[in-house]
Design a protein around this ligand. Structure first.
Ligand code: GLP
Length: 242
Protein backbone atom coordinates (compact mmCIF):
# COMPACT_ATOMS: atom_id res chain seq x y z
CA UNK A 1 0.00 0.00 0.00
CA UNK A 2 1.47 3.29 -1.13
CA UNK A 3 0.52 6.29 1.06
CA UNK A 4 0.85 9.87 -0.19
CA UNK A 5 0.21 12.73 2.27
CA UNK A 6 -0.36 16.27 1.07
CA UNK A 7 -2.40 19.06 2.59
CA UNK A 8 -3.73 20.48 -0.65
CA UNK A 9 -6.81 18.60 -1.93
CA UNK A 10 -5.98 20.00 -5.36
CA UNK A 11 -2.53 18.41 -5.20
CA UNK A 12 -4.02 15.06 -4.17
CA UNK A 13 -6.46 15.38 -7.08
CA UNK A 14 -3.55 16.00 -9.46
CA UNK A 15 -1.72 12.89 -8.16
CA UNK A 16 -4.77 10.73 -8.93
CA UNK A 17 -5.32 12.52 -12.26
CA UNK A 18 -1.68 11.77 -13.20
CA UNK A 19 -2.32 8.04 -12.68
CA UNK A 20 -5.50 8.15 -14.77
CA UNK A 21 -3.89 10.21 -17.54
CA UNK A 22 -0.93 7.79 -17.68
CA UNK A 23 -3.33 4.84 -17.90
CA UNK A 24 -5.31 6.44 -20.73
CA UNK A 25 -2.11 7.39 -22.58
CA UNK A 26 -1.06 3.73 -22.49
CA UNK A 27 -4.57 2.41 -23.25
CA UNK A 28 -7.22 4.88 -24.45
CA UNK A 29 -9.85 2.14 -24.04
CA UNK A 30 -9.12 1.69 -20.32
CA UNK A 31 -11.95 0.96 -17.87
CA UNK A 32 -12.29 3.31 -14.91
CA UNK A 33 -14.15 2.84 -11.65
CA UNK A 34 -15.83 6.05 -10.48
CA UNK A 35 -16.82 6.97 -6.92
CA UNK A 36 -19.26 9.61 -5.79
CA UNK A 37 -18.71 11.69 -2.66
CA UNK A 38 -16.75 14.81 -1.86
CA UNK A 39 -13.33 13.15 -1.58
CA UNK A 40 -12.88 12.38 -5.31
CA UNK A 41 -14.11 15.79 -6.51
CA UNK A 42 -10.59 17.28 -6.82
CA UNK A 43 -9.69 14.35 -9.08
CA UNK A 44 -12.66 15.05 -11.33
CA UNK A 45 -11.89 18.78 -11.35
CA UNK A 46 -8.30 18.05 -12.40
CA UNK A 47 -9.39 15.63 -15.12
CA UNK A 48 -12.06 18.00 -16.45
CA UNK A 49 -9.47 20.77 -16.71
CA UNK A 50 -7.01 18.47 -18.49
CA UNK A 51 -9.73 17.28 -20.90
CA UNK A 52 -10.67 20.89 -21.62
CA UNK A 53 -7.01 21.59 -22.47
CA UNK A 54 -6.91 18.52 -24.74
CA UNK A 55 -4.37 16.73 -22.51
CA UNK A 56 -6.52 13.68 -21.82
CA UNK A 57 -9.49 12.09 -23.57
CA UNK A 58 -12.13 9.64 -22.35
CA UNK A 59 -13.65 9.23 -25.83
CA UNK A 60 -12.72 5.53 -26.04
CA UNK A 61 -12.75 4.80 -22.31
CA UNK A 62 -15.49 3.16 -20.28
CA UNK A 63 -16.45 3.51 -16.64
CA UNK A 64 -18.49 1.83 -13.93
CA UNK A 65 -19.79 3.53 -10.82
CA UNK A 66 -19.64 1.89 -7.41
CA UNK A 67 -23.06 2.26 -5.87
CA UNK A 68 -26.54 3.77 -6.00
CA UNK A 69 -29.40 4.55 -3.66
CA UNK A 70 -32.46 2.34 -4.08
CA UNK A 71 -35.68 4.06 -5.06
CA UNK A 72 -34.62 7.66 -5.68
CA UNK A 73 -36.51 9.00 -8.72
CA UNK A 74 -34.50 9.18 -11.96
CA UNK A 75 -34.36 12.98 -11.81
CA UNK A 76 -33.45 13.25 -8.10
CA UNK A 77 -30.32 15.41 -7.77
CA UNK A 78 -28.80 13.09 -5.14
CA UNK A 79 -29.23 9.94 -7.19
CA UNK A 80 -25.59 8.87 -7.52
CA UNK A 81 -25.84 8.54 -11.28
CA UNK A 82 -26.92 12.20 -11.49
CA UNK A 83 -24.20 13.24 -9.02
CA UNK A 84 -21.41 11.56 -10.98
CA UNK A 85 -22.80 12.97 -14.24
CA UNK A 86 -22.72 16.49 -12.79
CA UNK A 87 -19.38 16.10 -10.98
CA UNK A 88 -17.50 14.43 -13.81
CA UNK A 89 -19.10 12.60 -16.72
CA UNK A 90 -20.82 15.63 -18.31
CA UNK A 91 -17.56 17.63 -18.01
CA UNK A 92 -15.43 15.29 -20.13
CA UNK A 93 -15.79 13.51 -23.48
CA UNK A 94 -17.09 10.03 -22.65
CA UNK A 95 -19.09 8.50 -25.51
CA UNK A 96 -22.84 8.08 -24.87
CA UNK A 97 -23.47 4.91 -22.87
CA UNK A 98 -19.82 4.51 -21.88
CA UNK A 99 -20.55 5.02 -18.17
CA UNK A 100 -22.72 2.47 -16.37
CA UNK A 101 -24.01 2.25 -12.82
CA UNK A 102 -26.14 -0.07 -10.72
CA UNK A 103 -29.87 0.44 -11.39
CA UNK A 104 -31.47 1.59 -8.14
CA UNK A 105 -34.90 1.56 -9.81
CA UNK A 106 -34.73 -2.04 -11.06
CA UNK A 107 -37.81 -4.15 -10.34
CA UNK A 108 -35.73 -7.34 -10.14
CA UNK A 109 -32.83 -6.23 -7.98
CA UNK A 110 -30.90 -9.54 -7.78
CA UNK A 111 -31.04 -9.83 -11.59
CA UNK A 112 -29.89 -6.21 -12.01
CA UNK A 113 -26.95 -6.84 -9.65
CA UNK A 114 -25.92 -9.99 -11.53
CA UNK A 115 -26.16 -8.14 -14.86
CA UNK A 116 -23.97 -5.36 -13.49
CA UNK A 117 -21.29 -7.82 -12.38
CA UNK A 118 -21.44 -9.45 -15.84
CA UNK A 119 -21.10 -6.07 -17.58
CA UNK A 120 -17.93 -5.28 -15.63
CA UNK A 121 -16.44 -8.66 -16.53
CA UNK A 122 -17.48 -8.26 -20.20
CA UNK A 123 -15.68 -4.91 -20.31
CA UNK A 124 -12.49 -6.67 -19.19
CA UNK A 125 -12.64 -5.54 -15.56
CA UNK A 126 -11.76 -2.21 -14.00
CA UNK A 127 -8.22 -0.94 -14.64
CA UNK A 128 -8.26 1.87 -12.08
CA UNK A 129 -10.81 2.30 -9.32
CA UNK A 130 -11.23 5.62 -7.53
CA UNK A 131 -12.46 5.18 -3.96
CA UNK A 132 -13.46 7.23 -0.95
CA UNK A 133 -13.94 5.84 2.54
CA UNK A 134 -16.74 6.31 5.06
CA UNK A 135 -16.08 7.36 8.65
CA UNK A 136 -16.99 3.81 9.69
CA UNK A 137 -14.52 2.31 7.21
CA UNK A 138 -17.02 1.48 4.48
CA UNK A 139 -15.99 1.53 0.84
CA UNK A 140 -18.68 2.05 -1.78
CA UNK A 141 -21.64 1.14 0.44
CA UNK A 142 -20.08 -1.96 1.98
CA UNK A 143 -20.97 -1.20 5.56
CA UNK A 144 -19.32 -2.82 8.61
CA UNK A 145 -20.15 -6.52 8.63
CA UNK A 146 -20.09 -6.80 4.82
CA UNK A 147 -18.74 -10.09 3.54
CA UNK A 148 -15.16 -9.74 2.39
CA UNK A 149 -16.17 -11.96 -0.58
CA UNK A 150 -19.26 -9.92 -1.51
CA UNK A 151 -20.37 -9.00 -5.03
CA UNK A 152 -22.86 -6.35 -6.21
CA UNK A 153 -26.01 -6.59 -4.07
CA UNK A 154 -28.57 -4.65 -2.08
CA UNK A 155 -27.52 -3.38 1.36
CA UNK A 156 -29.17 -1.51 4.21
CA UNK A 157 -27.41 1.73 5.10
CA UNK A 158 -26.24 2.13 8.68
CA UNK A 159 -27.52 4.88 10.93
CA UNK A 160 -24.03 6.43 10.85
CA UNK A 161 -23.93 6.61 7.04
CA UNK A 162 -27.44 8.07 6.88
CA UNK A 163 -26.34 10.71 9.41
CA UNK A 164 -23.14 11.38 7.42
CA UNK A 165 -25.07 11.70 4.15
CA UNK A 166 -27.94 13.78 5.56
CA UNK A 167 -25.99 16.88 4.51
CA UNK A 168 -26.99 16.08 0.93
CA UNK A 169 -30.68 15.76 1.89
CA UNK A 170 -31.33 19.14 3.55
CA UNK A 171 -29.76 17.84 6.78
CA UNK A 172 -32.54 15.28 7.30
CA UNK A 173 -31.27 11.71 7.96
CA UNK A 174 -34.82 10.40 7.45
CA UNK A 175 -34.73 11.67 3.86
CA UNK A 176 -31.66 9.51 3.09
CA UNK A 177 -32.79 6.25 1.46
CA UNK A 178 -32.56 3.16 3.66
CA UNK A 179 -31.20 0.86 0.98
CA UNK A 180 -28.58 0.95 -1.73
CA UNK A 181 -27.03 -1.21 -4.40
CA UNK A 182 -23.29 -1.50 -4.11
CA UNK A 183 -20.41 -3.29 -5.73
CA UNK A 184 -19.15 -5.86 -3.25
CA UNK A 185 -15.74 -5.97 -1.63
CA UNK A 186 -14.68 -8.76 -3.99
CA UNK A 187 -15.90 -6.71 -6.97
CA UNK A 188 -13.75 -3.76 -5.86
CA UNK A 189 -10.76 -6.02 -5.13
CA UNK A 190 -10.82 -7.23 -8.75
CA UNK A 191 -9.80 -3.75 -9.99
CA UNK A 192 -6.17 -3.71 -11.10
CA UNK A 193 -5.23 -0.44 -9.36
CA UNK A 194 -7.13 1.22 -6.53
CA UNK A 195 -6.70 4.91 -5.69
CA UNK A 196 -8.38 5.86 -2.40
CA UNK A 197 -8.73 9.48 -1.27
CA UNK A 198 -9.51 10.64 2.27
CA UNK A 199 -9.30 14.08 3.80
CA UNK A 200 -10.23 15.55 7.17
CA UNK A 201 -9.96 14.41 10.78
CA UNK A 202 -13.30 12.62 10.55
CA UNK A 203 -11.62 9.98 8.37
CA UNK A 204 -8.59 9.47 10.64
CA UNK A 205 -9.87 6.43 12.52
CA UNK A 206 -11.04 4.71 9.34
CA UNK A 207 -7.67 5.44 7.69
CA UNK A 208 -5.86 4.06 10.74
CA UNK A 209 -7.77 0.77 10.41
CA UNK A 210 -7.33 0.75 6.62
CA UNK A 211 -3.55 0.96 6.85
CA UNK A 212 -2.69 -0.49 10.26
CA UNK A 213 -5.70 -2.42 11.58
CA UNK A 214 -6.43 -6.13 11.46
CA UNK A 215 -8.30 -7.22 8.34
CA UNK A 216 -11.91 -7.45 9.44
CA UNK A 217 -15.40 -7.20 8.00
CA UNK A 218 -16.08 -4.69 10.79
CA UNK A 219 -13.71 -2.25 9.00
CA UNK A 220 -14.46 -3.20 5.39
CA UNK A 221 -11.69 -1.07 3.84
CA UNK A 222 -9.10 -3.28 5.57
CA UNK A 223 -9.62 -5.87 2.79
CA UNK A 224 -7.50 -3.52 0.64
CA UNK A 225 -4.44 -4.69 2.61
CA UNK A 226 -4.70 -7.85 0.48
CA UNK A 227 -4.66 -5.92 -2.81
CA UNK A 228 -1.32 -5.74 -4.65
CA UNK A 229 -1.67 -2.16 -5.97
CA UNK A 230 -3.38 0.40 -3.73
CA UNK A 231 -2.52 4.12 -3.56
CA UNK A 232 -3.92 6.00 -0.54
CA UNK A 233 -3.96 9.79 -0.93
CA UNK A 234 -4.43 11.66 2.36
CA UNK A 235 -4.19 15.06 3.95
CA UNK A 236 -2.41 15.27 7.30
CA UNK A 237 -5.70 15.35 9.24
CA UNK A 238 -6.84 12.06 7.70
CA UNK A 239 -3.31 10.68 8.31
CA UNK A 240 -3.19 11.91 11.92
CA UNK A 241 -3.69 8.47 13.46
CA UNK A 242 -1.06 6.69 11.41
C1 GLP B 1 -20.73 7.47 0.65
C2 GLP B 1 -20.36 6.69 -0.59
C3 GLP B 1 -18.94 6.21 -0.56
C4 GLP B 1 -18.04 7.37 -0.15
C5 GLP B 1 -18.39 7.84 1.24
C6 GLP B 1 -17.52 8.98 1.72
O1 GLP B 1 -21.26 6.70 1.67
N1 GLP B 1 -21.20 5.57 -0.84
O2 GLP B 1 -18.58 5.72 -1.84
O3 GLP B 1 -16.70 6.94 -0.18
O4 GLP B 1 -19.73 8.29 1.19
O5 GLP B 1 -17.93 10.16 1.10
P1 GLP B 1 -17.13 11.52 1.16
O6 GLP B 1 -16.00 11.36 0.22
O7 GLP B 1 -18.11 12.54 0.72
O8 GLP B 1 -16.69 11.69 2.57
Amino acid sequence: MEIVIHDSPQRLGEVAADAIAALLAADPTAVLGLATGSSPRPVYDALAARCERGEVSFAQARAFTLDEYVGLPADHPERYRNVIDADFVSRVDFAPGAVQGPDGLATDIPAACAEYEAAIVAAGGVDLQILGIGTDGHIAFNEPGSSLASRTRIKTLTRQTRLDNARFFDGDPQAVPQHCLTQGLATIMAARHIVLLATGRGKAEAVHHLAEGAVSAMWPATILQHHPHVSVLLDSAAASRL
